[in-house]
Design a protein around this ligand. Sequence first.
Ligand code: BGC
Length: 427
Amino acid sequence: MSFPPGFRWGVSTSSYQVEGAASADGRRPSIWDTFCAEPDRITDGSSGSVACDHYHRYREDVALMAGLGVDAYRFSVAWPRVQPYGSGAANPPGLAFYDQLVDELLGHGIDPVATLYHWDLPQRLQDAGGWADRDTAYRFAEYADLVAAVLGDRVKLWITLNEPAIHTFYGHGVGMHAPGETRLADTLPIAHHQLLGHGLAVAALRARSSSPVTIANNYSPVRVLGGTDADRAAGAAYDTLHNRLYSDPLFGLGYPEGIEPPVRSGDLDVIAAPLDGLGVNYYMPIGITAPSDVDSLFPYDMAIVDGYPLTEFGWPVVPEALTELLLDLHQRYAVPLYVTESGCCYEQSPEDPLRVAYLSAHVDAVATAVAKGADVRGYFVWSLLDNFEWSEGFSKRFGLVHVDFATQARTPKSSYFWYRDLIAGTR
Ligand code: BGC
């Protein structure tokens, strides 16, 4: 296995999933606090109000990263800490947390990689219309400016948004995520305003920081399961709506044909602000057939592809689809790629051979893509810690490190030691 010089090994987390301290130092609710407080939203009735208490234990967590020998840590900044109500002046104690985290990382030789938005919109902005309102894109750029003003000299890689496709579909289409909206037929404004916010934020970041800027998108390579033309058309529709809608406009290709969000003059240029790379979050390919229900709002039916082992989330383990994806993205967009999330859900702990096998196969898949010419610059495991897995609460574990949520004790799993040795072996 060989990786290019400067390749970064990392781990990822996100603010609401690990920080806890939901009302510390002036933080106000995000849409996830609101969503978790509603009945029956979260499988185990939990919330991220304490989560891994990373807000108070970040030094211990950075020490765990240092023990791994990672080059980089991808965390997200909680907008409601920085601007508790989503607009106006910065809340200094909220920013101070990230200021200290970044210094702690740098003190251990770990590059801070900051995502500005991993789904925790300040509730006040949701009350004003959320991402359905164009104004939220401008609020996002102001927030980006406030973050960059403080961290711009030390963050080594910026990620504007995490997975706008998932946020749009699960949060605003089918209501499985916050804010719990079910407006499937009307999600294009949500998509467009996030992308517009991304483009405006790129400009804000560039004004304050010379570090590279990217976005982290979720991709699911399509496996058409039926043999009919209708099945193939359904596969193409999924590919358009999930894989291309949030990427093509970033690279100047505009929205895919037939997709018509509320674009104003100049928006596409803002969205296509040059990027220094593309973050790739990959979990699995998706099986697609033509919709079985003629009244379906979806132009496709989704299924788990057969013939592969499943993780405890029921997701198939298909590392070769990661190779295929990286090569496709390399060809289509010709930018440096970062695997910003790769990981799996297994309960096993502290011995977790299934996670070791999963990660090892996916690292190999990246190496294969590199050998075939893809320009991949980093690989980030999701996740450092077991954490708050959105609508699944604490019932699904993705960590290299086990967290006992009753005591907050951290216990490295065998996958942690495997990753440490892998990284050391590539030096
Ligand atoms: C998200 C993470 C999440 C992971 C596993 C990704 O889509 O960015 O926040 O925990 O998937 O479900």
